[in-house]
Design a protein around this ligand. Sequence first.
Ligand code: F6R
Length: 241
Amino acid sequence: MRIIKVKDYEEMSRKTANIISAQVILKPDCVLGLATGSTPIGTYKQLIEWYQKNDIDFCEVTTFNLDEYVGLSFDSNQSYHYYMNKMFFSQINVDMKNAHIPDGMNTNAAEECRRYDEKIRSCGGIDLQLLGIGLDGHIGFNEPGTSFELGTHCATLTESTIRANERFFEKAENVPKYAYTMGMKSIMQAKKILLIANGENKAQILREAFLGQITPQVPASILQLHSDVTLIVDEASGKFL
Ligand code: F6R
């Protein structure tokens, strides 16, 4: 595992964008795994800036997002479809036919999860997976206790995740209770993994995930067994690493 410690959020975002950009330059038709949340916003901004300067071209890139809330439509402004369009896709030249996010409106969970895994497989798997980490060690919506053996599945959100996501919704009751998420098995199949974190509040969970025991109680800990993981952490979050 490579640990890159940087000064602050801006540097974390620039370095992450550099790695994604290198991936796209080396393999223009690569498959990128993408995340939502606060952490990658600066990375997307930086990539958009380089796209506008003609330094990066996404026309052949395929993307797969980690997750989507169940029951939120594409145009609901809390959905991850909305987030990705607003923060990234609408500002670059990715072909939207190649930008995949689980369909939270499909009420047939088994069918949706099977379809998503099959689509990832048919595109040749993920070359580079971008990840954030939750305060409880979740990756995607793989909450503590989730089996490492799962592919894409329907997850029940924990209280801690509902509380952390409340800030994006008017009321806690409006935070969906379920999400479709790639499982840890799907994530571990990515050829390369890039996990990013910033802020003091992530320091303890990073210590548990990357210096502690490998256990489903800390979902991110399984990444210790992946052969190509890079962590980019700012000074505050990386203080124990
Ligand atoms: C997002 C996702 C989540 C977040 C995690 C950290 O698609 O799957 O696992 O990466 O909750 O979120 P932030 O970046 O908001 O701290």
